[in-house]
Ligand binder design. Structure first.
Ligand code: PMP
Length: 347
């Protein structure tokens, strides 16, 4: 009886089969260099582990603020941006007001709404995975209070039309632009919008640029908006190790991140071009650190790739994603092996 509400609840699905080549979670494939790890090791050794961390994460916030060119007052930090998505779903508007988001997209918006018990307004992207004014108009008629747009979108990889995101915010809906993949995109971001509007915030994450293991997500907003959201944040959600490691990597390791992102972008370009030449594989454009492909039998190819030691993400369970696989950009040698094996398997 206590859990009746969750009888049909679908948990967030992750892909954890151990494999030689892991291209399934859109992580940065490169680890940190040893000199940076040594610096981290030294600092972590000196953490007073019996103490709670700083509940405001102030020193880390100062480094992140500098990283993004904003003020610490513009930030709310989360245990991954997953936590921030859940927090926003809980707090924005009354519980009886619905949440809107396009499909297919990052499943956490749906998962969070289901946990909180908020109604969902799911509206389809068009055949190019782009937002459509018509579908947005229909969604808005149902009076949502909160909208999520992942741009670049996961799992499709494309960026959304800015004007249509603004259109939703202009109708008074609290609009979250989830820019988890923006570091790999050359398109304009929504940061200045977030710093100037009362009903638009941006989400970023350190997970895609090399720090998935420490769980650090960032919300960027106008100062008074950030202050309201920060009020309801769990007090010690950013652990002591995360505060220490984040501070070091985002200050001393900035160049490392920049170089790794450049390699990933170069590799993406190579992958897109090679994939587009393989018969039986349809590849979609990507502004992210992964590419989406469509094949004849997605479930079978996914299984056969695992047999060859390569793990990609099978997207077939999501709406409109039949026979689609999402492949993270890996190290150059991993991408080469993936392409070779794929060519073999789809022959
Ligand atoms: N937003 C999007 C669009 C994502 O794809 C992901 C990760 N898969 C997240 C947010 C969550 O990131 P984090 O690791 O910061 O919780």
């Amino acid at each position: 009886m206590f859990f009746d509400r969750f009888k049909n609840f679908k948990s967030y699905k992750t892909e954890t089969t151990p494999c030689r080549i892991k291209l399934s979670s859109n992580e940065n494939p490169f680890d940190l260099p040893q000199w940076l790890k040594d610096r981290i090791g030294e600092a972590v050794k000196n953490i007073p582990f019996q103490r709670y961390p700083d509940p405001t994460s102030m020193e880390l916030k100062e480094v992140i603020a500098d990283f993004y060119g904003v003020k610490p007052e513009n930030l709310v930090l989360g245990n991954g941006s997953d936590e921030l998505i859940q927090l926003l779903t809980i707090i924005i508007g009354n519980p009886d007001k619905p949440v809107m988001y396009p499909v297919p997209t990052f499943p956490m918006y749906q998962v969070s709404a289901d946990i909180v018990g908020k109604k969902k307004i799911e509206f389809p992207l068009d055949k190019n995975f782009q937002l459509s004014r018509e579908k947005i108009g229909e969604a808005l008629e149902k009076k949502p209070v909160l909208a999520f747009f992942a741009s670049p979108n996961n799992p499709t990889g494309n960026s959304f039309d800015r004007a249509l995101i603004k259109y939703v915010a202009d109708r008074g809906v609290f609009t979250v632009v989830d820019e988890a993949y923006i570091d790999f995109s050359d398109k304009e971001d929504f940061l200045s919008e977030a710093l100037n509007r009362k009903n638009l915030v941006v989400l970023r994450t350190m997970s895609k640029i090399g720090l998935a293991g420490i769980r650090l997500g960032v919300l960027l907003a106008k100062e008074d908006v950030a202050k309201e959201i920060d009020k309801v944040r769990p007090p010690f959600n950013i652990t002591y190790p995360t505060q220490v490691i984040g501070r070091i990597v985002l200050s001393d390791g900035r160049q490392v991140i920049k170089e790794q992102v450049e390699i990933i972008k170069r590799e993406r370009k190579k992958m897109l071009s090679e994939l587009s030449r393989i018969e039986g594989v349809q590849v979609f454009p990507s502004d992210a650190n992964f590419v989406l492909i469509k094949v004849n039998d997605g479930n079978d190819l996914h299984k056969r790739l695992i047999e060859k030691g390569i793990l990609v993400r099978n997207m077939s369970h999501l709406p409109y994603m039949e026979n689609c696989l999402r492949v993270s950009v890996g190290k150059p040698e991993e991408n080469e092996i993936f392409i070779e094996v794929l060519k073999e398997l789809v022959k």
